[in-house]
Design a protein around this ligand. Structure first.
Ligand code: LRH
Ligand code: MN
Length: 424
């Protein structure tokens, strides 16, 4: 299903005058508003190929119907999101869930939808049909060298798929770890994992990056072999300049100060990118900004401060990706909300008066510092995000147009009620 320019134009025409009034007021009140709008236009967020269907939990899965049945339909769904918000211009594939039938056809289809291929993801957390050796007790950490080699070969294969599609990075998330004390020799597990990552690193094309994603627990519940930012930083530092850490917001222990972690990894030039989502308890993979939008703002506040300190390009120098799973919302509406939340947090962070904040910090004026931060956070930037969409031919209110056009009903009509998308 495609949404054409006419449908978007008609939608925008209805909303234009009210929108214009709000933007004018914001631009009058914020001298940097125009700069913020232009920054938002360039800021693209990659959509995970594994989050276009209904996820579910071990207790149950309640599909909404019309889910993509193959990679072609996944590209079409991400293309649809991109036509609505012109902010989802890339897809992140997961191998083997999304092995292209024809790389040439898939590249052409992606180009047709205006999509790039962001980081490719390997999968050594499941045993595939016909797989020789099991990953039950881990992959790169495994006591059996043959299992480790199988995992190394898989990751090198994933790099090949990514290279053929025009991607330039791989995300390695290892479910490796242990569930009980005594089960694992932590030192050997680390060293074996490092050796495996070094072999994968050696297979990286010169312009590629490797993202080492850490996670505190699940599916192992006593130790994870890449369990926190420190361990990921250790691997990335020992691997070399093409290796970075990847911060999945849901992969921290409760109350971790993620914005401080981000600030330090950025300072160390070892922050590679993000898997954005939100959570209240564990790796809940909920809609970005749905539980703790202030934390998301504080993370972007550190990102803008740290990236400007290193004169980095906000849009291109880090990996901006969503990693979510949908149990009760329409997957596409959920993703539209997540992209919106990320762009709102970025816009608010761009509105922070850095000179005043620095002056307050250097004067230990704690209350003043909070006032400056919250002035930006409490600014309703939605008209600026909408204006950035208007400037790129996208919809002023993507979810409203998604519903007005009955997109889900159309997808169910085209694909049926019981289609199941590969992924989580
Ligand atoms: C692990 C993770 C990882 C993906 C998987 C789908 O929890 O965040 O990034 O490979 O989800
Ligand atoms: Mn993730």
């Amino acid at each position: 299903m495609k949404i054409d320019k006419i449908q978007i134009q008609k939608h925008n025409d209805k909303l234009y005058s009210a929108h214009q009034r709000k933007v004018k007021q914001l631009v009058n009140e914020n001298p940097t508003a125009k700069r913020v709008i232009n920054k938002l236009v360039d800021f693209q967020i990659a959509i995970p190929s594994w989050a276009l269907g209904t996820g579910g939990t071990r207790f149950g899965r309640f599909s909404g119907g019309g889910e993509p049945r193959n990679l072609e339909e996944k590209l079409s769904d991400v293309g649809l999101l991109h036509s609505l918000n012109k902010s989802s211009g890339a897809i992140s594939l997961h191998i083997p869930w999304d092995i292209p039938t024809s790389t040439r056809k898939i590249k052409a289809l992606a180009a047709e939808h205006g999509l790039q291929f962001d980081a490719v993801n390997s999968n050594t957390f499941q045993d595939q049909p016909g797989q020789k050796l099991s990953y039950k007790f881990g992959s790169l950490q495994h006591v059996n060298a043959k299992v480790r080699q199988q995992a190394i070969d898989h990751n090198i294969d994933v790099i090949k798929h990514g290279k053929a599609l025009g991607s330039n990075s791989i995300t390695v998330w290892l479910s490796d770890g242990s569930c009980f004390p005594g089960q694992l020799n932590f030192r050997k597990a680390f060293q074996r994992t490092l050796e495996g990552l070094q072999e994968i690193y050696a297979a990286l094309p010169s312009n590629w990056k490797m993202f080492v994603e850490y996670k505190a627990f699940e599916p192992n519940f006593y130790s994870m072999t890449v369990g926190d930012w420190g361990q990921s930083y250790l691997y990335a530092s020992k691997l070399g300049p093409k290796a970075y850490t990847l911060v999945d917001l849901g992969h921290h222990l409760p109350n971790a100060n993620i914005e401080q972690i981000v600030s330090l990894l950025l300072m160390e030039e070892k922050l590679g990118g993000f898997h954005f989502n939100d959570s209240k308890y564990g790796d809940d993979d909920l809609t970005v900004g749905s539980i703790n939008p202030y934390q998301l703002f504080l993370i972007f506040n550190e990102l803008v401060e740290g990236m400007d300190a290193r004169k980095m390009n906000h849009a291109t120098d880090l990996g901006w990706m969503i990693d979510a799973s949908h149990n009760v919302k329409d997957p596409l509406e959920d993703l539209l909300q997540s992209v919106e939340a990320i762009k709102m947090a970025y816009a608010q962070a761009l509105l922070v008066d850095r000179r005043e904040l620095n002056r307050a910090q250097e004067a230990n004026d704690v209350a003043k510092a909070q006032e400056i931060l919250q002035q930006a956070y409490r600014t309703d930037v939605r008209p600026l995000v909408a204006e950035s969409r208007l400037k790129t031919g996208a919809a002023l209110q993507p979810i409203q147009l998604f519903r007005d056009l009955d997109v889900r009903k159309q997808l169910i009509f085209e694909r049926g009620l019981n289609t199941v998308a590969t992924g989580l």
